[in-house]
Design a protein around this ligand. Structure first.
Ligand code: ASP
Length: 345
């Protein structure tokens, strides 16, 4: 093993990508990623040293929970020094949540962590999995002047590299399954792999990786809809252990103006529950105060999520609430871009 070879650790969690056709009966079965080099010989051509860890058993990403994120962060922490980059194979359904969570867990990350998956199994003839996997490995191993080109948690899917905490799954049918509506892609893969370096975040010098492994999941996602009832609001806001709410509002962060609504929101805020205003629109930002309908929210103590995705808001809240911080400090950090997850005005 040449010591100067680029080294990549593939972590296979499960999902559609990890299936291959059983030659005996033609059915799709889970694939042992430890044997990856034998199964996808093209990877050898990269000249990288590649190792793989498989979850046992692999899981559909609908079964991902916070303990899975802790496990992923621990694997990265344990192998951080030994590998130049990490590729996480993951089901697409909750990939945007996992990539967002890892981005907040891995503070001062200085190496690439690239999530990818597939809409068709790697064993299927028309699979999108091979290109997604091979290009993810290339990106995870890409260096310039000895430094990683993209030292961030990202999702690579269908020719596009996005910051993980800016990404949302938008298509259950097409290969083009993810969008990064409010942040430019960090790279695009065509004949050439073109990096959008001006948008890539680089860590400060001499900083050490810090891993946040805990979550407080006593939070709620409350999506507004015309006709929402006071009883429904009460059911959510009076949940005993509630610490935070991602309030999915209309347009630029707007919500009903009636006292039946605002009084309940104010009561929750006064109890110390953090309410973050996140728009239901996939593009654009919350602008509290632009309309009267959001000014009221601001006045009762709701804070702006700007253009954060629900996935990033949810995971950021859970990570921050698990740290020993006061309510005001959590609010202050929610209004800051910690890992490029929001565009501040
Ligand atoms: N249900 C699968 C999952 O998210 C779909 C996929 O892998 O894309 O695990």
């Amino acid at each position: 093993m040449a010591p100067d070879k680029v080294s990549i650790l593939i972590i296979y969690t499960g999902g559609t990508i990890g299936m291959i056709k059983d030659p005996a009966n033609g059915s799709l079965k889970l694939f042992d990623f430890k044997k990856i080099m034998g199964q996808i010989p093209e990877i050898k051509g990269l000249g990288f040293r590649i190792d793989a860890i498989s979850f046992d058993p692999p899981i559909d990403s609908s079964d991902i929970d916070t303990s899975t994120w802790t496990k992923l962060a621990e694997i990265i922490e344990e192998n951080y020094k030994e590998f130049d980059g990490f590729v996480i194979l993951h089901g697409t359904d909750t990939m945007a949540y996992s990539a967002s969570a890892l981005s907040f867990m891995l503070e001062e990350l200085a190496k690439p962590v690239i999530f990818t998956g597939a809409q068709l199994p790697i064993g299927a003839l028309r699979t999108d999995g091979k290109e997604n996997l091979i290009t993810s490995i290339v990106i995870a191993g890409a260096k310039e002047y000895g430094k990683p080109v993209v030292p961030e948690v990202c999702i690579y899917f269908e020719s596009k590299l996005s910051r993980g905490n800016r990404t949302t799954k938008v298509n259950a049918e097409h290969f083009n399954a993810f969008q990064s509506a409010n942040c430019p892609y960090l790279a695009k893969a065509g004949v050439h792999l073109v990096y959008n370096r001006e948008y890539v975040r680089y860590p400060g010098k001499f900083r050490q990786l810090v891993v946040h492994k805990d979550f407080n999941n006593h939070i709620a996602i409350l999506k507004l809809f015309p006709g929402i009832t006071p009883g429904y609001l009460d059911a959510v806001l009076e949940y005993k252990d509630l610490r935070g709410v991602v309030l999915e509002t209309y347009g630029a962060g707007n919500a009903p103006t009636g006292s039946w609504f605002l009084d309940r929101i104010k009561k929750a805020v006064d109890k110390g529950i953090i309410i973050l205003d996140v728009t239901q629109c996939s593009r654009g930002s919350v602008e509290m105060g632009r309309y009267e309908t959001s000014l009221h929210l601001l006045n009762v103590g709701v804070i702006s999520g700007y253009d954060i995705t629900t996935e990033a808001a949810t995971t950021k809240l859970m990570v921050l609430l698990a740290q020993n911080l006061g309510v005001d400090e959590v609010k202050m950090l929610l209004n800051k871009s910690l890992k490029g997850e929001i565009t501040l005005p």
